[in-house]
Design a protein around this ligand. Structure first.
Ligand code: AMP
Length: 548
């Protein structure tokens, strides 16, 4: 398939609003693609380039895209950025710019999907000093060979936001329809393989082939996630349930084959090199080829948990790993097993997996109780808080491991969150079905002279209705836009729930909110009433004291 044909399909999909029509349209295209094209087409449609498990990144920011487009169109970069700001969307602006360029000298080849993909692969492989120059060369070539519509989707694909609203669910159902296989089989295979592109190519071969898909070592699986709920509801629903401490650290997935192992973060990024101490102890904890799920926490000399930032600091570290190992002691806590000596375990019940975990791993298995007695579980909750942990996780004994899904089979129980009033100073466009709305918001507090200082982003807690309402109000308050970020005139106040205030160098305020969550729109409050930096400092100190 030529990239120009892909662009036309995107354009058509962008105009379709109904879910069923979207699925029909994708399903009608899939059978015409060959085995090499199918994975690329499917990933591109979702605005992704590489498999979800892959560590590859093309590493191209908006600047390089704008520079390339400017070069190809014979404009200077500032004009391109101006057009994009005015247009409010890089894709549409690039389309307009390219439609005005002198076609003759450039538009030479019409690349197909595989050629574009191999350019992306090459981009991902470029490292070292001259990398920016080399990358610029490749991106220029891509745009030089692009017509206006291709440029629109190429730029969006490179910038990681295709904005045609095609999510995993649509693709799953389209694959099922195109190749006449059950959607559940596609979903199952996807959970293990973590790449809908590959799954499309396998679905083409039939249901039996899909059923053969297993988890593979060193291809991280998405993490199963938890919902909020109560102990009482869970016991009423399930009877006996498992409870574990809720460790306040960083999630990880440990893959081991013989002496070789890799550790992945919650975002499935490889972090092995940053945590050699964890590698060492986990390698010794089992003789099996294995995939384990757990949480790493930082502890003090007495083994008591330290705040979660200490762990993050270690996970992100690329240099001086050894000296930071001495400063921050990390301990893994293992609570699930996904794979053992060639066997995929995610379809087994949690009860069965727990037996395998205890039997095959000698150390660091998180303690667990099983009970249908609410008093007993509540006592365990208090014990966990007293020990300095975040709360407890309660888990259904009969549930499978469902990668990437936030389900009621896992419930987190922790003390209720605090709230804070902040100004909304910017936003990022949403994704998928929310692509035409703002999806996350940039928040600010104020200093003593009413200067706004960014302190957090918030992306959770919004209903579709709330987002649509907020969009209506905020769309007229946009000052400028770059990439997928817009800046607002600061007029609106949000009440935000959070779990903890942390010191942070990521935001101007010097603090950040952990687990910020939209509570409500404070239209009764003006900007001058938002929280001040000094009162945030007080909250931070009060909370540290509570922990102590
Ligand atoms: P939350 O991040 O608040 O949605 O809570 C879920 C997170 O708690 C998981 O993603 C893990 O990182 C973490 N966690 C801590 N202890 C456990 C545990 N025993 N079981 C599962 N997740 C845990």
């Amino acid at each position: 398939m030529q990239f120009s044909e892909f662009s036309k399909i995107c354009e058509q999909l962008e105009k379709i609003s109904g879910r069923l029509d979207t699925i029909d349209m994708i399903a009608s295209v899939l059978p015409s693609l060959d085995d090499d094209e199918l994975p690329i087409f499917v990933r591109f449609l979702m605005g992704r380039i590489f498999p979800d498990w892959s560590q590859e990144k093309i590493g191209i920011g908006p600047n390089l895209v704008f520079e390339s487009v400017a070069y190809v169109a014979g404009n200077n970069k500032s004009k391109v950025v101006k057009d994009i700001n005015r247009e409010g969307d890089a894709g549409t602006a690039v389309e307009n710019i390219l439609s005005k360029k002198e076609q003759t000298s450039f538009f030479t080849e019409n690349p197909d999907l595989i050629e574009v993909y191999s350019d992306f692969k090459y981009l991902a492989s470029i490292e070292g000093n001259r990398s920016q120059k080399e990358k610029l060369k490749v991106v220029r070539k891509l745009f030089a060979n692009a017509g206006p519509l291709d440029g629109k989707y190429l730029s969006r694909l490179i910038l990681g936001e295709l904005r045609i609203g095609i999510g995993e669910g649509n693709i799953r159902d389209a694959i099922a329809k195109a190749f006449d296989v059950p959607a559940e089989s596609v979903e199952h295979a996807y959970q293990a393989a973590n790449d809908l592109g590959e799954i499309a190519a396998i679905a083409k071969k039939g249901e039996e082939e899909l059923a053969k898909i297993r988890i593979e070592l060193f291809r991280p699986v998405k993490m199963m996630l938890a919902k909020q709920g109560t102990i009482a509801d869970m016991i009423e629903e399930q009877g006996a349930i498992a409870a574990e401490y809720k460790y306040d650290g960083t999630r990880f997935q440990f893959h081991k084959s013989g002496d070789l192992c890799r550790i992945y973060s919650r975002k499935l990024e490889e972090v092995t090199a940053a945590i050699p101490d964890i590698v060492e102890v986990l390698l010794k904890s089992t003789e099996h080829d294995i995939i384990l799920d757990g949480e790493v926490i930082a502890v003090d000399d007495e083994g008591r948990p330290l705040p979660f930032q200490n762990v993050l600091r270690r996970f992100r570290r690329k240099h001086d790993v050894a000296s930071h190992m001495e400063n921050v002691r990390l301990v893994p806590n293992l609570f699930d097993i996904l794979y053992l000596d060639g066997e995929t375990l995610i379809e087994k019940t949690f009860e069965e997996r727990r037996v395998l975990l205890e039997r095959n791993v000698m150390s660091f298995v998180a303690p667990q109780i099983v009970s249908d007695d609410i008093k007993f579980i509540e006592a365990f909750y208090r014990e966990s808080l007293d020990a300095g942990h975040e709360g407890i996780m309660i888990k259904s004994l009969k549930s499978a491991y469902t990668p990437g899904q936030r389900v009621r089979q896992w419930i987190k129980i922790k003390p209720s969150v605090d709230t804070i009033d902040l100004a909304v100073v910017g936003a990022e466009w949403g994704e998928g079905k929310r692509a035409h709305l703002f999806g996350s918001f940039i928040l600010a507090c104020q200093d003593e002279s009413e200067r706004l200082l960014k302190i957090s982003k918030v992306a959770t807690g919004f209903s579709d209705e709330a987002l649509a309402g907020i969009y209506d109000i905020m769309k007229d308050k946009v000052i400028s836009e770059s990439g997928k970020v817009v800046r607002f005139e600061p007029e609106i106040v949000f009440e935000i729930g959070y779990a903890e205030i942390q010191k942070s160098t990521n935001y101007e305020a010097g603090y950040a909110l952990r687990f910020p969550r939209f509570i409500r729109f404070r239209d009764d409050k003006g900007i001058e009433e938002i929280e001040t930096i000094s009162s945030i400092g007080e909250r931070f100190r009060a909370q540290s004291e509570k922990v102590r």
